[in-house]
Structures are given as C-alpha cells and as structure tokens.
Design a protein around this ligand. Structure first.
Ligand code: PLP
Ligand code: ZN
Length: 398
C-alpha cells in the first residue's frame, strides 16, 4: 500500500509499517525498506533536493511517513556546512568541512530522528512517548512531543548534564533519573513503554523510524558540496547517526546522483569505546564495555550492555565503507573544544568535539591524505554541557 515497510536486519522477514521494534519471526532489529524504483520514478532525487522548503521534510518521500501525515517539525535540518578556517591550517593539506548540527532547534542533530519519530507516533495515533537518553535525545523528544501534544517520559542516567535535564523539564516532560549507565536507563524505559503502550523513541537502533531521520544529513552534505567527501567523521554511541548517514549516501548512489561512497569514521571516547575496541581487535562482533564508563563525553558514553548487536551493526557499516573507529581521550577532547571555539567560532559539546580530535588523529597517522575532502559532524552545542566542562577544568572532576 505504501512505498515503505520494515525488514528484519537478521532474517530478512518483511513487516508492515507498524510501531514495531523487533522482528516477529526472530527478534532481530528492524530497518525501514523502500520501493526506491517507485519513489524515484514519481519524483527523481534531484527534484526533491531542489525543493525550496528548508530542512529535512523536502525529502519526505524518503522518510517513513504516510503521504497524508503532517510532519511534527520545528525547522530541523538545513544546518550549515562550514569550511574550517583557522583550525584547518594546523592540520595539513586536506580540506575540512564542519557540519554544524548545533544549529538545530534543540541544538543537536537528534532533532532529525525525533522529528521523524514523533511524526510516526502521530501517524500511528499514539498519545504517549517514552525514551532513554544520555540527554540530547530526551531534550529533542521533549520538544517534539510538546509540539505534537503528546505525553513524554524520559529516563536518564544520573550523570546527564544539568542543562539537558532542566531543558526536558521546561518542555513539560516527566523525568525519571536512573542510577547507573545509559544501558540501565534503556532497560527502564523499555519496560515503561511496554506498560504504557507508548512509542519508544530511544535513539539506539530500537526505533526504526527515528533512525531514518539521520539519512537527511547525507543528503544535505551532498547538496552543500555537490560532491561526496572522502571521509565522514561522526561521534558514535550505538551508531544510528553513522549508519543512517551512510544509508543516505547509498540511496543517492541508487538514485544515480553520486558515483561513490564515503569512508565512515566512528569516534568514541576512550573511557567508553566498545565499538573502537572491536574494530582495533579485528573482531566482527562488538561486546559490551565492561567496567567504568568514565568520560566527559556523556552524550556518547554507551556501554551497549544489553544490546551489543547495535554496535555490531555500526561496526559492519564502518568496515563496509572502508572507514575506521577511533578512540580519543578526555584531555584531547577538552583541548579540541577550546580550539574549535577559539579558532572557528563553534562552541561544541564534549561528545561532539571528539570528531575533530579524530580528524587530527587520522591525519597524524597518515590515514587522511593531502588533498582529501573531510567532513566532521559537530553533533551538538557546547552550551548544553557547560557546567560539566567548567567543573572539570576547575577541579578535575565531573
Ligand atoms: C546521540 C549523540 C551522538 C551519538 O549518536 P548515535 O547515533 O546515538 O550513535 C553523538 N553526539 C551527540 C552530541 C549526541 O547527542
Ligand atoms: Zn528476523
């Protein structure tokens, strides 16, 4: 009936477009599939991209929404792709662009997946939404739920930055603080969503509709550059932003508007880096991160305790693209945060500047070569974890 449906990433079974999270046949995670032939024959990709409307909804035929559903939107997407200026001169002979996602309505890229997820909630007639969040998903879910008039409950680990918690409350969200890591919040939210019959917006791969919003990042990077970068550098927790972005490039390849794919680099903080560990060990499967998850980069500190297969899915995309997974330390993160603010005028949150730290590392190791085109995604705004950064610089504790 529609041009999209859900497919199991493990066994390939197809399911109709319903609010589902797991394959009914095998329990595997689900992904949205499209009839691209039908979509592009009605509307070529170039014509979608040429629409004058700003933001992600100009690509709505490539998003999992019914044709008659009004998007839940706050003007997300359409963020600037800035050539690096004074910082580039320190990193050598490649061209670096910064995709500044802190220009989104709630100051992080999460507005892309949450705009799509709340639109999906609306089209399914759901009245409640629930999620687990390290902070930014919760803020975006709260804002878009408020916009849609839906009741929102967010489960956050106690270590989430105060700025994000206060923002969620300001939007009228019910906030539940969970002792432990993001993975503990994940478990609590899953139980509550089930109990309430609420749409679960948790930004792992759990909600297949949310993940699709991330594809628009790829469309926009291409629209700005009119070419495909050699490298795309993305901070990752579980990695749906990285996978979603790669899917967007694959769709453009299918549509015939590009002729090659970028190498995808996933960046994690060394203090919590399950995907990097597996990449470096040459393993095919990601294992949960054991022990402490101590890092200032709270937005990407996900030990993947009960869903390591999400990390495996991201690792597979990184490998397929010929990319890399890179770990960066907290001192490097703090140094890069200052550099990005002082030399580029971009104040990014601690999780986000890991992308810039990784560019330096890849350049230093010779992986990125002179003349190559690199896009680093600045995923969120520094104003949202200001207190953690200030406290750490003053006292050395979070
Ligand atoms: C969520 C988040 C990420 C990681 O994205 P995933 O798609 O969950 O891997 C990176 N940076 C910031 C600021 C985030 O909020
Ligand atoms: Zn299955």
């Amino acid at each position: 009936m529609y041009d999209f449906w859900l497919t199991c990433t493990r066994c390939g079974t197809g399911h109709p477009a319903l609010p589902l999270y797991r394959c009914r046949a095998c329990g595997g995670s689900l992904e949205v599939s499209y009839d691209y032939k039908a979509i592009f024959s009605r509307l070529p990709f170039e014509r979608m991209a040429a629409r004058t409307s700003p933001g992600i909804w100009k690509y709505r035929e490539l998003l999992p929404v019914f044709p008659d559903t009004d998007p839940v939107t706050l003007g997300e997407g359409g963020t600037p792709l800035l050539p690096s200026g004074r910082m580039g001169s320190t990193t050598g002979g490649f061209r670096l662009y910064l995709k500044n996602e802190s220009a989104n309505p709630t100051l992080a890229f999460k507005d892309r997946p949450l705009s799509v997820a709340l639109t999906a909630a609306r089209q399914f007639g759901l009245t409640e939404v629930v999620c687990a969040s390290t902070g930014n998903t919760g803020v975006a879910a709260s804002a878009y739920a408020a916009r849609a008039g839906l009741r929102c409950t967010v489960y956050v680990p106690a270590a989430a930055p105060a700025e994000k918690l206060e923002a969620m409350k300001a939007y009228g969200t019910v906030l539940e603080t969970v002792t432990g890591s993001f993975s503990d919040a994940y478990a609590a939210s899953a139980g509550e969503a089930l109990r309430l019959g609420a749409f679960n917006l948790t930004s792992t791969y759990l909600n297949p509709y949310a993940v699709e919003g991330n594809k628009t990042l790829a469309y926009e990077i291409f629209a700005s550059l009119q070419t495909v970068p050699d490298w795309i550098i993305i901070p990752v927790g579980a990695g749906p932003l990285l996978s979603g972005c790669y899917k967007g490039f694959r769709e453009m390849l299918l549509a015939g508007v590009i002729d090659r794919l970028p190498r995808m680099v996933g960046v994690q903080a060394s203090g919590c880096a399950p995907i990097v560990r597996a990449f470096q060990a040459g393993e095919q499967e990601v294992r949960p991160w054991s022990g402490s998850t101590a890092t200032l980069a709270s937005g990407i500190a996900d030990p993947l305790s009960t869903y390591p297969e999400d990390g495996t899915r991201t690792l597979a995309v990184i490998r397929e693209s010929g990319g890399a997974a890179v770990g960066v330390s907290d001192p490097e993160i703090l140094r890069c945060r200052r550099m990005l603010a002082e030399r580029e005028g971009i104040l990014a949150e601690l999780s986000s500047v890991t992308a810039v730290a990784a560019v330096e590392a890849l350049c230093g190791s010779g992986a990125i070569r002179a003349g190559e085109l690199v896009t680093a995604v600045v995923t969120g705004h520094g104003i949202k974890d200001m207190t953690a950064a200030i406290n750490f610089e003053k006292t050395g504790v979070e």
